[in-house]
Ligand binder design. Structure first.
Ligand code: CA
Ligand code: CA
Length: 210
């Protein structure tokens, strides 16, 4: 039997309605373009969905760290630190805020490990005098002084600063219990936009539920 006899004539014969035979070609250019547009749209939706999932995971991870730090500070119940300072030939005692010895609202790392990173002022915390004061009071920052505080390594930098998911050090402020929902202090991350809004905006704060 000849091979052409096995082909259905309807599939190859010219059609009376002027349309192409059913198996005459693959995709037309228009069909290819439509397929490409659909694939591009689906890819965009997939990327947007992925980005949203990553952002949510970072917010949730940062919130866990903020609450862990807040709990560790409450456990210490140590708000102030008496620091001996040598002025001329005389020693005197000054009071500093524990966990923010240099009063810059950045949660302290370990002063003795302060990397003095010139390109990142946020982790360039301690002046030489503040470092000396911290050393004289055996003060080493939250992570070094909180043995029960367990944080994922990605949330701690070389200077023992606690970082959020965007690699920014956490912030702290003391004193205003009305602002901090009854607590004497508040801890926060500057959030996805990396801008410090004192706990407002997209900041992730220990005294706010999100
Ligand atoms: Ca500080
Ligand atoms: Ca912010």
């Amino acid at each position: 039997m000849a091979s052409h006899e096995s082909v259905d004539p309807l599939l190859v014969a010219p059609r009376s309605d002027g349309m192409k035979p059913l198996c005459s070609s693959g995709f037309t250019l228009i069909e290819l373009l439509i397929a490409m547009v659909i694939i591009a749209a689906l890819s965009g939706l997939g990327f947007a969905g992925y980005s949203a999932v990553v952002k949510r995971a970072r917010i949730d991870g940062t919130r866990t760290v903020v609450l862990a730090v807040s709990t560790a500070i409450q456990r210490h119940d140590r708000q102030d630190l008496a620091v001996p300072v040598l002025t001329g030939a005389n020693w005197r005692t000054i009071v500093r805020r524990a966990w923010d010895l240099d009063d810059d609202n950045v949660l302290d790392g370990d002063p003795s490990l302060d990397p003095k990173e010139p390109l990142n002022p946020a982790v360039d915390e301690f002046t030489a005098a503040e470092k000396a004061e911290a050393t004289s009071a055996a003060y080493r920052g939250l992570v070094a002084e909180s043995p029960n505080l367990s944080l994922p390594p990605r949330h701690v930098d070389a200077g023992k600063h606690v970082l959020d998911a965007w690699r920014k050090p956490l912030r702290i402020d003391h004193g205003d219990s009305e602002r901090f929902s009854g607590s004497r202090f508040g801890v926060w991350s500057t959030g996805p936009n990396g801008v410090d809004e004192s706990g407002d905006g997209d900041d992730i704060a220990s005294w706010k539920s999100q």
